[in-house]
Design a protein around this ligand. Structure first.
Ligand SMILES: [Zn+2]
Length: 425
């Protein structure tokens, strides 16, 4: 049975690898072919210089070529962790080191999970460093220093310890202490934890890494206040963030729930845009709030969580699964194995989540147009964002359908023009 499990895993693992590797190759040759014909989408005609277009193609291809090798490396890392004997070693080590603590603290399980997580983050350090200090640097986007980069990693590790220890303790406790229906209790616990994270991320965690400031005085502020009031959004929730400390990429996002909800505008975004464009972006973010997009995503994630835990409730008692990877059955081994091997069996759900996310983006764009009674500023803002971030103007349709959480600029702008014709005429 163990062999069957390993063969099954390898088959699905290879399938996921192939799908994603091929999508990347298709996308690169598509971008190259379009560039050779100088065929950019009509809507970009006259909006982007041929120099900027050339730069965006180069940026896309450099990232794509790196992705090719990063994907091979990442797959080798996963296989190494699963089959090198590292897992049984870590399990053995955490059982003896964790034995110093009272059994009720679940120390061996927590140590094991962290051991695996730290292994992955150490092994992914080289690719992260290359992307930031070679690729992003070359195209003028990188603003971080090696020191700040490493401090960020260290802070991230500390935060994950502070959050992860009680979280793992809770899950392991429920798995081992609540009988047959442990997975239902674990579901409620993890769901509550996720909601808590949505609330504390913007208010407690993100500020550890960036400075968030209420909007400064000025005309934009007045217009934002008026707009937010009109839409029923509490203006104390609008912040600017010092994104320029690390990267020249620009962005804006809406996050949080209830009183912790926030709209965050990167300082890089405000610098690049006219007031009218900034306002249109803000109206788009208010749209996410009005349409309850954060809540809807949480519900979908909850459904996946429920299904995942239900499946795990069967696997937890299935010994051959543990033996296939050299492990003895235990709650913590089940958690780690499940998170390591479920990817190849569930990766085709990611494009579905992206599909939903893209629908939310269209909704927020429509909201912005109706709110401002004008489609032009949002369109200009998108052109601006696309050019300044050197976004790929011509992704292969399969590639964008699979990976993009936002529709392409071309898709968004043509949808907005349609909406403007419908609602503003
Ligand atoms: Zn959005």
């Amino acid at each position: 049975m163990e062999q069957v499990i390993v063969v099954l895993f390898f088959t699905f693992f290879a399938l996921e690898f192939l799908v994603e590797f091929i999508l990347n190759e298709i996308n690169m040759s598509y971008v190259q072919a379009r560039f050779a014909e100088r065929k950019i989408p009509d809507i970009f005609q006259g909006k982007i210089s041929s120099e900027d277009y050339g730069k965006s193609v180069e940026y896309t291809l450099v990232k794509g070529r790196f992705e090719r090798w990063a994907r091979v490396y990442g797959s080798l890392v996963t296989l190494f962790v699963l089959f090198s004997g590292l897992l049984p070693y870590l399990d053995h080590f955490s059982r003896s080191a964790g034995g110093w603590f009272p059994a009720s603290l679940k120390a061996p399980g927590i140590l094991f999970c962290f051991g695996v997580a730290v292994t992955f983050s150490l092994l992914s350090l080289p690719t992260g460093l290359y992307v930031t200090f070679v690729i992003e640097e070359r195209f003028g986007f990188n603003k971080t220093t090696l020191k700040l980069y490493l401090i960020d990693k260290l802070k991230g590790l500390l935060v994950s310890l502070v959050i992860g220890i009680p979280f793992l303790f809770g899950v392991l406790y429920l798995m081992e202490g609540t009988g047959r229906y442990w997975w239902l209790w674990a579901f409620l616990f993890i769901l509550a934890f996720q909601i808590l994270m949505v609330i504390i991320y913007p208010t407690l965690i993100a500020p550890l890494f960036n400075k968030f400031e209420p909007l400064r005085e000025g005309e934009l502020r007045e217009r934002i206040l008026t707009l937010a009031e009109k839409a029923g959004f509490k203006t104390s929730g609008i912040y600017t963030m010092d994104g320029s400390r690390r990267s020249a990429h620009s962005n804006a996002y809406f996050t949080g729930l209830g009183r912790a909800r926030r709209i965050v505008l990167f300082d890089t975004l405000l610098e690049q845009m006219t007031e009218a464009q900034g306002l249109a972006v803000l109206a788009h973010e208010i749209g996410h709030y009005k349409m309850k997009h954060v809540r809807k995503m949480l519900v979908i994630q909850g459904v996946f969580l429920f299904a995942g835990l239900y499946i795990l409730s069967f696997l937890v008692g299935y010994e051959p699964l543990f033996r296939a990877f050299g492990l003895a059955p235990s709650s913590h081994a089940a958690l780690v194995l499940f998170s390591l091997i479920s990817g190849p069996f569930t990766f085709y759900f990611a494009p579905l989540m992206n599909l939903l996310s893209r629908r939310h983006e269209y909704e927020a764009d429509r909201f912005s147009i109706r709110m401002l009674q004008d489609g032009k500023p949002m369109e200009e803002a998108l052109f601006n964002l696309t050019v300044k971030n050197l976004s790929n103007l011509t992704p292969h349709p399969w590639y964008s359908a699979y990976y993009y959480s936002h529709p392409t600029a071309e898709e968004r702008i043509s949808a907005m023009r349609q909406e403007a014709r419908r609602s503003l005429s």
